[in-house]
Design a protein around this ligand. Sequence first.
Ligand code: HEC
Length: 151
Amino acid sequence: MKKLLITSAMLLSFSQPLFAGSAFTDGEDAVEYRKASFQLIRHNMMDLGDMVRGKVPYDAARVQKRATALAAVTTLPWEAFTVPGADKASGDAKAEIWANLQDFNGRADQLQKDALQLQSAATAADQTAVKAAFAAFAKNCKACHDKYKAD
Ligand code: HEC
């Protein structure tokens, strides 16, 4: 019995590629993950932005919910850029990313820091601070896309 267990555990470890634990099966899977993460970022940001700009009524509880989501989802895409094969897979990521990984990761860190600022302003229900933090947060997107995302 013991022997059997060891054998199946070994089989499992040999039959499954070990990319970042088992979160990704291959490079294409990693691309799907990072795209899905960016979509979550976009949805939460857009709703928050509409409230900040007064396009829809400002709702402090919803702002807090969106900002809390952003603090979490902005941590997600980045590991899916560095798993094996992630640089060769399809998607809109430019090759410049892997030639300038330190700069790219620095921008990712800044986005996460700005999301935390936004979350603390939202938690304090300080609308003026939310507005300023949102503007700082939003700047990160285009700056990185201009350099590292195709069209
Ligand atoms: C550090 C760089 C960086 C930052 C910061 C960044 N992005 Fe991106 N984003 C990318 C890259 C690279 C891609 C292309 C991913 C791919 O196709 O593999 C992308 C793709 C996307 C996509 C398309 C996803 C899809 O389904 O194809 C959306 C939407 C997006 N980003 C939204 C945002 C928003 C909103 C922000 C700011 C809150 C943001 N991104 C900040 C690098 C960044």
